[in-house]
Design a protein around this ligand. Structure first.
Ligand SMILES: Nc1nc(=O)c2c([nH]1)NC[C@@H]1CN(c3ccc(C(=O)N[C@@H](CCC(=O)O)C(=O)O)cc3)C=[N+]21
Length: 291
């Protein structure tokens, strides 16, 4: 066995820290008479999706956020899911909500139906448009979780070369936009299935974010010594979670965010942060309106 040299980017521990910080903000909101409430809409019986939704409600309960859980059978139609979205849009007890993906339905249509001011996933077209324009809005949870995990472990992004592997809507695409903001100042390279020489890109990178969903696609020989490597890929192989990062990466990298225990818990942390932040924004807008 070659020795492990990398330090862990510990998403589970960071989630606990962030929950403690957010619990104080929830208490302050409740003191102002505002109770944050997270809604979820889950369709079907995918075991992963059930686990994620359950974890999100447990997180909420721990820090004083109320939750409204809507579970629909796999046979639910587009119109039935849209009716639930309309109900949550109108429900004052629900300060933010998400439609758990995948649903097997037209997801862009579902996302677009959510009130952008309740879009805690940061994936509504208006939220993504605000991100492109650099305006305030809710931000997508997984890519922000990646950035927050690096920041809280002191891994510098300013001036760094970051290679993102994967161009999906929930991770790679928005992560490129976030990293190139002035506040992050990273150089972002988005690699994907059309990339001619993936290893040539990852070997230059100070930070590699593996979000391809291909088990073991990033191997030790593809990583610069000392680089930070974040495993975002989630595949299930023989019922076990398999990430995009091969075990030998721990021998070369300086930092590794494992899967599980890395970016997954950070996604939950950033969802909670969005719920609290949007409830604060709504409370401030309400207070301004009554002055
Ligand atoms: N509208 C929508 N919003 C989402 O935020 C969303 C979604 N759809 N669809 C699916 C993905 C996936 N996702 C995860 C959340 C937590 C963990 C997580 O905390 N995982 C644990 C353990 C996982 C396990 O043991 O099964 C860990 O990494 O340590 C992982 C993945 C949110 N997603």
């Amino acid at each position: 066995m070659t020795p492990v040299t990398a330090q862990k980017l510990d998403g589970s521990a960071t989630l606990r820290t962030i929950k403690a910080e957010l619990a104080e903000r929830v208490t302050a909101l409740r003191d102002r008479g505002v109770v944050p409430g997270l809604g979820t809409v889950l369709v079907g019986d995918d075991p992963g999706s059930h686990w994620y939704v359950g974890a999100k409600h447990k997180d909420c309960a721990e820090i004083g956020i109320e939750s409204i859980r809507v579970d629909l059978p796999a046979t639910a139609t587009q119109a039935e899911v849209e009716a639930e979205i309309d109900r949550l849009n109108a429900d004052p007890a629900c300060t933010g909500f998400l439609v758990q993906q995948p649903t097997g339905l037209d997801e862009v249509a579902l996302l677009s139906r959510v009130d952008p001011d309740k879009d805690v996933d940061g994936l509504h077209p208006v939220s993504l448009g605000r991100l492109v324009l650099g305006e305030r809005g809710s931000l997508p949870c997984t890519p922000v979780g990646v950035i927050e995990l690096l920041r809280r472990h002191g891994v510098e992004l300013a001036g760094a070369e970051v290679v993102v592997v994967g161009r999906g809507l929930t991770v790679g695409r928005p992560l490129g936009l976030l990293l190139t903001r002035r506040s992050e100042n990273a150089t972002a390279v988005l690699c994907h299935t059309g990339t001619r020489d993936l290893a040539a890109h990852t070997r230059r990178a100070d930070v590699v974010v593996a979000a391809a969903g291909v088990p073991g696609i990033i191997t030790g020989d593809m990583v610069k010594p000392g680089a930070a490597v974040l495993d975002v890929g989630v595949s299930r192989v023989d019922g076990k979670i398999a990430g995009d990062v091969a075990d030998d990466v721990w021998e070369t990298a300086g930092w590794v965010s494992p899967n599980p225990g890395g970016v997954g818990p950070m996604t939950r942390a950033m969802l909670l942060a969005n719920v609290v932040g949007m409830a604060e924004a709504a409370a401030d807008a309400g207070a301004a309106g009554t002055r």
